[in-house]
Design a protein around this ligand. Sequence first.
Ligand SMILES: Cc1cc2nc3c(=O)[nH]c(=O)nc-3n(C[C@H](O)[C@H](O)[C@H](O)COP(=O)(O)OP(=O)(O)OC[C@H]3O[C@@H](n4cnc5c(N)ncnc54)[C@H](O)[C@@H]3O)c2cc1C
Length: 569
Amino acid sequence: MAYQTNELRGGKDPQYEVIIIGAGVGGIYQLYKLKQLGVNVTVLEGAADLGGTWYHNRYPGCRFDSESYTYGYSFSKELLNEWHWKERFSGQPENLRYLNYVADKFDLRKYMQFNCLVTHAKFIESGNYWRLRLQDGREMTCRFLLTAIGLLSTPTPPRLEGMETFEGPSFHTYYWPQEPVDLAGKRVAVIGTGATGVQVIAALADMVGDLTVFQRRPNWCAPLNNAPISDAEMADIRARYDEIFAKCLRSPGGFEHEPDRRGFYEVSREERVALWDRLYDEPGFGIWLSNFREIFTDEAANAEFSEYIAERIRKRVKDPAVAEKLIPKDHGFGVQRVPMETHYYEAYNKPNVHLVDIAQTPIERITPTGIRTSERDYDFDIIVYATGFDAITGGYDRIDIEGVGGQKLRDKWADGPITYLGMQISGFPNMVTIAGPQSGSASTNYPRGIEVGADWVTGLLEYAWEHGYTRMEATHEAEEQWSEHVAQMYSTMLMRKAKGWFTGYNSNVPGHEHGRIRYFVYNGGSPKFRSTIIGVANDGYKGIVFGRRPGSNDDDNPRPQRLKREPAL
Ligand SMILES: Cc1cc2nc3c(=O)[nH]c(=O)nc-3n(C[C@H](O)[C@H](O)[C@H](O)COP(=O)(O)OP(=O)(O)OC[C@H]3O[C@@H](n4cnc5c(N)ncnc54)[C@H](O)[C@@H]3O)c2cc1C
């Protein structure tokens, strides 16, 4: 029988077997996997080029918190041998170069379509396919829709009166202009002191005339301890890549950093401090992830460690009053995403850097010449909004996604995401969220998690193709059980009380105020997540119901659809 898995017999073909939305780290890798299989696939990217996070965020100081060589893809030995990471935590320009290098090396660019912002996606039940609408009005169809739209891809400017009246340049860090910004001698304001704020503030302190930081709540930050990677060091890393990636696979966070297995209370105070002294001076997230596990679950252990970090801050900031303002009082270390910094605290020792505590003197409005707080007016040449993202579900809320029976995803997720394995959603057949909310891929060193997620998704699609299935959907029961499991894991974690994006808090997003937890991330660690999803696959994708179009035949050709034509670009 002629090969027909992709056809709507008697009707129209969907244009593509697979559409991937998003050309970031996730979309690029998922495309690579499907291209290997010869699938008729395209990537739709809203931006003018590929790179996702590393295309958009061009602010000074933007760089990895992951070790560069653990962030790069692991799938190609050739790629690993060719690419030389120049810094342990490399900066945005190099990261973007890397992703372009990967896309070009594997000839992926021709399968990507840029300036294609997807605004609507509707599941067509009669034919088991998705119809997408782009911002420019074009429509496209596909059998399977894979979302690689990012978890930190929807920036949230603050909701301040008068923002449009400011006469100078002002932008959210996500939209930092591509052309050079003249900063020399300028009076610059930065609003926000999260992971991005901490990077941009430290960098701007050396570049501008005068810098004023508006801080509502400080974060616990720790030194990145970045350094160049020499040729000899890179050769050593290359020789150890297998070992490095194996270690990342074993560790809960997908990093080289593994938790200290000793019990917090089993060792003396001196031994604890010895560990902390060592970790504070080591590169990267070790201070967070190689710490005692009780830091995340035990109030007293967390308080003792937080006080240790507070002392470090007091030693680094000369003015005791400023130091106290920079020490968080409403949460302990590590219950929110820890911003990694390079001379961040020392920036406040410079005479041209000022800190305004807007918890005490709130911003009243943006004026044509600057910012008005309850205390006074400030004049600026440039205002930078480092106010973060509508994390995890923001990218989904921006698309009008309509599933079975006209149900909207944004309604289903109004109080927080409900998913099966963070990758499937009941009522939204044939849609897969590669590293979606509640997946273990989303809460780790991303590319390590994204590779795991995309490999699994590829296996799932192959399974459907091999069996001639044109429809797959998580059951309601499977989804309920998974979401319940994800929620339960929060119950032991101190993070459940924190005002951070792990719990869905964002005061700039209506409905995301403090008070109701959104169970956004899977806290079981990547090894457990991986073994769970592999188990599901080995069990014939338990929890997912497969089907064919009415009238289709079980003997349909069981091979995946090969690329029949180049995508219409
Ligand atoms: C400043 C910053 C630093 C970070 N540092 C690290 C780090 O050190 N380590 C780490 O593990 N993670 C880090 N992250 C997280 C980072 O987002 C991930 O590492 C990774 O880049 C995510 O890749 P992605 O492909 O899933 O999503 P993204 O890179 O966000 O890409 C998603 C793409 O989808 C596109 N898109 C979204 N919606 C639509 C739509 N409706 N239509 C069309 N296109 C759409 C976007 O334009 C974007 O290009 C950082 C994030 C930020 C913001």
